[in-house]
Design a protein around this ligand. Structure first.
Ligand code: DOR
Length: 444
């Protein structure tokens, strides 16, 4: 069995930062700590670099099947490994939507042949597929995605009896997109009255308002508390929603919250430069909301940091306010964004690892990943906080070919990504063959 020995690493794991070596045998971590060099081992010197468990992104959109002019599982997962992401959970708003076990099986078939990161898929809820939700188990999906607000794709679940049924009967974690659609439709109507079709993008956080987020998140949390559901509210974007969630370690919670890197990075004034490129749902809101979200990561009110990686072509994004689709590509740069915020003093490395690797693994019951532990799968990323990364067209691996960070210089670099014991990316560039696997979940 092949052996890979990572020496002189500064390991960030489980709340500690220690100088150590990590020995990998086959696809597993055999030893964390100094020891003999096995005969024939490949030795990689990580002096001066930090070694982290690979990032687990619990919210990405890869558009396959059906919307492959925007992205594919192959293209986005290659971008992911080059960004230090070793596992992702993919969303159901594809064409056709992933709303039954046959559609899940088709995604797994495509991923087994083409995907570069470890993968899991959500079953999408609809107003009419409660029977399927009852049946789906952890061998089929990572969770149930419920669009409690309408967004990209036509997957709004707004029938009260269906929502009750989902929260009562789902056997897997329920992950929700929370924005109240009737409030948004009314705000859109008022905006049209004032501006016609030429609504300025700066109105987006007022149309997709904080009130619409609160109303829907409060409904989801209320349903979950009543039924004892394992609920994960995705992409919180406002200060007010935070009052719905408890502080504390993830192990003690049945209701958890996620924030996305773009809501931690951008704020309302960013629309002036980036326009519809950063149009997303829920909208990027005020600087005060961003500050509160950052604090909530530190107080453990927010449990998980992810991306909601949502690629669209530049031509699509260049349309007017109503026609430009929501979402932005992020998965190649999310760890660099967090490391930049570490440099600015916002987050410790231990906190980044907790929210972007440990907690998603715990929440979704991902088997033997998300931590650097002996016997666990060897999914690791080494980062260099002394080097930098300039984002330009040549560096971007997304099929859509653009990033909101073009022209940005991040003050860190993804040095090495190890996936299932294999080096799959060196110095931000993909190397060698695919090593991805289907994730296993232990939740039901
Ligand atoms: O901005 C978003 N884009 N929010 C979503 O909920 C969906 C996503 C997409 O699929 O484009």
């Amino acid at each position: 069995m092949s052996a890979l020995l990572l020496v002189n690493a500064t390991l960030v794991n489980e709340g500690r930062v220690v100088e150590t070596d990590v020995l990998i045998r086959g696809d597993r971590i055999e030893r964390v700590g100094a020891g003999a060099v096995p005969a024939g081992a490949e030795v990689v010197d990580l002096a001066g670099k930090h070694l982290l468990p690979g990032i687990i992104d619990d919210q990405v959109h890869c558009r396959e099947p059906g919307l492959t002019h925007k992205a594919t599982l192959a293209t986005e997962s290659l971008a992911a490994i080059c960004g230090g992401v070793t596992s992702f959970l993919e969303m159901p708003n594809t064409t056709p939507p992933t709303t039954d076990r046959a559609a899940l099986a088709e995604k797994r078939r495509i991923a087994a042949a083409t995907c570069h990161v470890n993968y899991g898929f959500y079953l999408g809820a609809t107003n009419t597929n409660l029977e399927e939700i009852r049946r789906v188990g952890s061998a089929d999906a990572c969770g149930i995605k419920v669009f409690m607000g309408a967004s990209t794709g036509n997957m709004l679940v707004d029938d009260p009896a269906t929502l009750e049924g989902i929260f009562r009967e789902a056997r897997l974690p329920v992950a929700t997109h929370c924005e109240d659609s009737p409030m948004i439709w009314e705000a859109e109507r008022r905006a049209r009255e004032r501006w016609g079709e030429a609504v300025p993008i700066s109105e987006h956080p007022h149309i997709r308002s904080a009130e619409a987020c609160y109303k829907s998140s409060a409904l989801a949390v209320g349903l979950a508390r009543r039924h004892g559901t394992r609920l994960h509210v995705l992409h919180l974007s406002t200060e007010r929603e935070l009052e719905l969630f408890d502080k504390g370690p993830i192990a003690s919670k049945r209701v958890t919250a996620e924030v996305c890197v773009h809501h931690l990075w951008f704020e309302e004034s960013s629309y002036a430069d980036l326009g519809t490129r950063i149009k997303c749902n829920p909208a990027i809101k005020s600087a005060g909301d961003r500050a509160a979200l950052r604090r909530a990561v530190l107080t453990d009110t927010i449990d998980v940091i992810a991306t909601d990686h949502a690629p669209h072509t530049l031509a699509e994004k260049a349309r007017g306010y109503f026609e430009a689709p929501s979402g932005l590509p992020l998965v190649q740069h999310s760890l660099l964004m967090l490391l930049e915020q570490h440099r600015e003093g916002l987050f410790s490395l231990e906190k980044i690892v907790e929210k972007a690797a440990h907690n998603p693994a715990t929440l979704f019951g991902i088997v033997e990943r998300g931590f650097v532990r002996e016997g666990y799968f060897a999914d690791l990323v080494a980062v260099d906080l002394q080097a930098s990364t300039r984002v330009d067209a040549a560096q971007i691996l997304y099929k859509c070919g653009w990033s909101p960070f073009e022209g940005t210089e991040f003050h860190s670099r993804i040095a090495l990504t190890v996936l299932n014991g294999k080096v799959v990316c060196r110095d931000g560039e993909p190397v060698g063959s695919r090593a991805a696997r289907a994730l296993e979940f232990k939740t039901d």
